[in-house]
Design a protein around this ligand. Structure first.
Ligand SMILES: Nc1nc2c(ncn2[C@@H]2O[C@@H]3COP(=O)(O)O[C@H]3[C@H]2O)c(=O)[nH]1
Ligand SMILES: [Mg+2]
Ligand SMILES: [Zn+2]
Length: 489
C-alpha cells in the first residue's frame, strides 16, 4: 500500500495578488525561501534578502518548513526586500517602478544620508588615528619584507577591517521592546528568525542594561551601541557563522543565566566575561573551519601556528575593536578588572574549539563534585562550559527554530568540502554532501557531544533539567526516528 503525504497548504498575499502554495514534507528552509521569492516574482532575491511573512493581525511568522497552514480567509502577507552585501542593514525598496511612495522613500533616504553625514565629522579624528596606526603597521611590515621575505601579511585582517565603521549607526532607529519581548528574550525557546540585524543589536544592548552591566562598569551608551554595531559589521555573511549565530549564542547564554538564577550567584564581572565572549566568539569567521585553515596552510594557520587559528583570530578581532576608544566599553574598568576580563574572555573563546572538548569536560566534571561559587577557577570553568553549551545550543530550541540552522550549517559544510575536493585537500566525511544526511548529522552530534555537555553543566546548574535538556532529548528522538524511517525500518 502506498501512502501519499499531504502538503502543507498556505495562502499568501503579495501586493494585490493572492497565491496558494504547497509545502511538501521534507522541504528545506532554502526551498521555502525560494518558493516565497518566486511567488513574489523575485526569483533573483539572494540568501541575504529579507523575507517577511505576517499574519492579518500583524504578527511576524518565521519562514520555515514548519509554516502553519492557513486559509484564503486569513492569508499571510509576504514582503521580499533585496539586500545586497553592499547594504548590510537591508534598507531597500525591493525594486519596482518609480511611484509617489518610491519618491517619498527616496526623499526620506536622502534626508537620512545627509543626517548620517554629521557623525562623519566626529569620526574623522577616529579615522585619522586608524590611518596613522595602519601606516605604523605598514612600516613594520616593510621592515619584515626588507629581508626579502615573501609578501606575507602578518597582521590579522581585524586591524584593517575595523575601518568598516558605519557612520549611519548613530541614526539607527531607537527600539523600544514590549514587556512580553524582554521576558521572552530570557527564554531558551526564543525565536531568532523574526528579528532583523539592527533589532538583534538592540536586543543585545538591552541584555547589558538588564544585567546591570552598563551601570556597574559605567559604560557610555553610544560606545556600547558602536561596539555592537562594529561587531555586527565584522561578522561575515556566511550561511551559518554569521551575526545571527552570534546573537543566538549570546541569547542562549543570557537565557541560561536567568534560567539558573546566576545573576544573583555570579559577580557582574563574570556576567560581562560570558556575554562578551559569546558576542565575539565567531567574529570574522571565514566560513571554513580549522582543519581547512591548517590543511590549506592559510594566513590564519600560519599566524597562529595551527593552534586554534579561528578561535585565536575571533579573540584578536574582538580585542582589536575594543582597543579603539570609540568602541571601548571597558574604558572605565580598573587595570585589575580589565586584566581579569581579558583573561576570562580569551579562555572562554578558546574553549569553543571543539578539539578541546574532552579536556574541558574532564576538568569540569572534577570541579562539579564540590562546586564553589566563591572559587575564581571554578567560576572560570563554569563560564567556559556555558559559552560552549550556548555555542552548540541550536537543538535546545523548538524544532521550527532549530531546523533552519541545520540547513545553514550543512550549506557551509558542503561549500567547504566542495572546495577541499577542488583543491585536492582532505575532506571530513561529516562535511561531504555525498555522505551526509540531516538525521545522520544530528544523531551522533546530539547524543555524543550535546547531551553529555549539557548534562555535565547541569551537575552545577540543575535548572537546565527543567527547560533545556528535555528539548534536546526530544530533538534526538526526532532525528533517531527520521533516521530509522530513511533506512526503511
Ligand atoms: N552536526 C552539528 N554540528 C554542530 C551543530 N551546532 C554546532 N555544530 C558544530 O559545532 C561547532 C561549534 O563551534 P562553531 O560555532 O565555530 O562551529 C560549530 C559547528 O561546526 C549541530 O546542531 N549539529
Ligand atoms: Mg567558533
Ligand atoms: Zn559559534
Amino acid at each position: 500500500m502506498t501512502t501519499t503525504v499531504a502538503p502543507n497548504r498556505i495562502h499568501i498575499k503579495v501586493g494585490d495578488k493572492c497565491e496558494v502554495l504547497d509545502l511538501y514534507p521534507g522541504c528545506t528552509h532554502e526551498d521555502v525561501r525560494a518558493i516565497l521569492c518566486s511567488a513574489a516574482d523575485m526569483v533573483d532575491a539572494d540568501k541575504d534578502s529579507l523575507i517577511k511573512l505576517t499574519k492579518p493581525d500583524g504578527t511576524i511568522v518565521p519562514v520555515s518548513p514548519f509554516l502553519p497552514g492557513n486559509t484564503d480567509k486569513d492569508p499571510y502577507t509576504l514582503q521580499v526586500h533585496y539586500r545586497s552585501r553592499g547594504s548590510p542593514n537591508g534598507a531597500g525598496g525591493g525594486g519596482g517602478t518609480a511611484s509617489p511612495t518610491k519618491i517619498g522613500y527616496l526623499e526620506a533616504k536622502l534626508n537620512d544620508i545627509s543626517k548620517a553625514l554629521e557623525p562623519l565629522r566626529e569620526l574623522q579624528s577616529f579615522r585619522e588615528q586608524i590611518v596613522s596606526f595602519q601606516k605604523r603597521l605598514e612600516s613594520a611590515e616593510k621592515q619584515i619584507s626588507m629581508a626579502n621575505l615573501p609578501e606575507t601579511k602578518v597582521i590579522p585582517k581585524a586591524i584593517k577591517r575595523i575601518s568598516k565603521i558605519d557612520p549611519i549607526f548613530a541614526h539607527q532607529p531607537k527600539y523600544v521592546f514590549t514587556d512580553e519581548t524582554v521576558a521572552y528574550l530570557k527564554q531558551p525557546s526564543f525565536n531568532n528568525w523574526q528579528w532583523e540585524e539592527n533589532e538583534m543589536t538592540a536586543l543585545m544592548e538591552h541584555m547589558f542594561t538588564e544585567l546591570g552591566l552598563v551601570d556597574k562598569f559605567k559604560m557610555e551608551l553610544p560606545t556600547l551601541k558602536r561596539f555592537l554595531c562594529v561587531v555586527k559589521d565584522n561578522y561575515n555573511h556566511n550561511p551559518f557563522h554569521n551575526f545571527r549565530h552570534c546573537f543566538c549564542v549570546t541569547q542562549m547564554f543570557y537565557g541560561m543565566l536567568h534560567e539558573a538564577d546566576l545573576v544573583s550567584k555570579l559577580e557582574p564581572i563574570d556576567l560581562l566575561v560570558g556575554l562578551i565572549s559569546c558576542i565575539i566568539h565567531d567574529i570574522d569567521h571565514p566560513g571554513f573551519n580549522n582543519a581547512y585553515q591548517v590543511n590549506a596552510k592559510t594566513e590564519l594557520a600560519v599566524i597562529y601556528n595551527d593552534q586554534s587559528p579561528l578561535e585565536n583570530h575571533h579573540c584578536a578581532v574582538g580585542f582589536t575593536i575594543l582597543r579603539n576608544n570609540d568602541c571601548n566599553i571597558f574604558k572605565n574598568l580598573s587595570d585589575k578588572e580589565y586584566e581579569h576580563v581579558r583573561k576570562g574572555i580569551i579562555r572562554c573563546v578558546l574553549s569553543t574549539d571543539l578539539t578541546k572538548h574532552g579536556e574541558i569536560m574532564t576538568k569540569f566534571k572534577a570541579v562539579s563534585e564540590n562546586f564553589n561559587f566563591a572559587d575564581v577557577e571554578h567560576k572560570a570553568q563554569l563560564l567556559g562550559m556555558m559559552v560552549k553549551c550556548a555555542d552548540i545550543s541550536n537543538e535546545a530550541r523548538p524544532a521550527d527554530v532549530a531546523e533552519p540552522w541545520l540547513d545553514c550549517l550543512l550549506e557551509e559544510y558542503f561549500a567547504q568540502s566542495d572546495r577541499e575536493k577542488a583543491e585536492g585537500l582532505p575532506v571530513a566525511p561529516f562535511m561531504d554532501r555525498d555522505k551526509v544526511t540531516k538525521p545522520g548529522a544530528q544523531v551522533g552530534f546530539i547524543q555524543f557531544v550535546m547531551i553529555p555537555l549539557f548534562e555535565n553543566l547541569a551537575r552545577v546548574l540543575p535548572q537546565l533539567e527543567g527547560n533545556v535538556l528535555p528539548q534536546i532529548r526530544k530533538s534526538l528522538a526526532y532525528y533517531q526516528d527520521l533516521q530509522q524511517k530513511m533506512a526503511g525500518k
